[in-house]
Design a protein around this ligand. Sequence first.
Ligand code: XIL
Length: 346
Amino acid sequence: AQTMKETIGKHFLIGAAVSTRNIYSQDPKVKSAIVDNFNAIVAENCMKGEAIHPEENRYSWGDADATVKFAEDNNMVVTGHCLVWHSQAPRWMFKDNDGKTVTREVLIDRLYHHITNVVSRYKGRIKGWDVVNEAFEDDGSYRKTPYYNIIGPEYFELAFKFAHEADPNAELYYNDYSMSKPAKRDAVCRLVRDLKAKGCRIDAVGMQSHNGIDYPNLNDYEASIDSLAACGVKVMMTELDINMLPSPQHFGGADISQRFKYDKTLNPYVNGLTKSAQKLFNERYLAFFNIYAKHKDQISRVTLWGVSDADSWLNGWPVPGRTNYSLLIDRKYKVKPVVKDIIKLF
Ligand code: XIL
């Protein structure tokens, strides 16, 4: 049977996020699920600031090195994720030794060293970097992260410039979720134009695409692909998955998630999806890939956020200990039946 990488891969990169557990796995099923179906990988966690740069004068390269080597050994493209993000940031980044918030000058200097050292280490081996991740609120305003609060909005151009200096051939990306929301998408378009006007390189925008059965609205989602492409960048679906489980917000807020850990209403598919849920899953994935096929000239990559359902972060977020079915490869590392229909769209 034909695989996603043989078919979809002719039009744009088709990737998966890999954990270090995946990379070091001795199970041949895991490795073939990755290399037979995909032609691109991104590290799920090990290149994030807190993991790769645990102390100001100490980097922890082992897992990232192994991930890049895995890709090279198997002829796969690597995306670097991510250089500037308020979450999973280097823990020491924003405070000095006395616990005081650092000055603008100090943070710019730390950012410079972080970006320069990480990007240089993989110079020529990583196709592109998510330079800034999740920096806007859904209403289009700047997210008030420590980077924003301490440096101001100039941190975007600084980060893109530092990354470009460290590896002039690497592609550079902005990445965010809820990109179908018009206000957010417009803010990102303004950022792209602004960066370009300032002479910065930006190749693509990532629409994370942590999708559900009833969100995003498909028309808005498709409109975002067109608007972003019209700003002169490629569009990538960087973290695609479909959450099949209800969100605890519907029950009064994420803070009560622990209480619902064993609540059947929040974890209804422990023994498998029901027939109707399976049908929704298939239809939803086909609807998204139908859009990707239609927009294939504007899209440079679609990456699933995880290899198999066993690996998906959605088993643990926002409610821990659930059984989710968010990806195209099942818990036994078998490609799901819907994939042959997805392939036919291309
Ligand atoms: C997630 C990982 O999948 C989890 O393992 C980790 O605990 C938290 O981060 N947006 C992003 C990704 O850009 O880096 C996040 O990955 C998911 C949301």
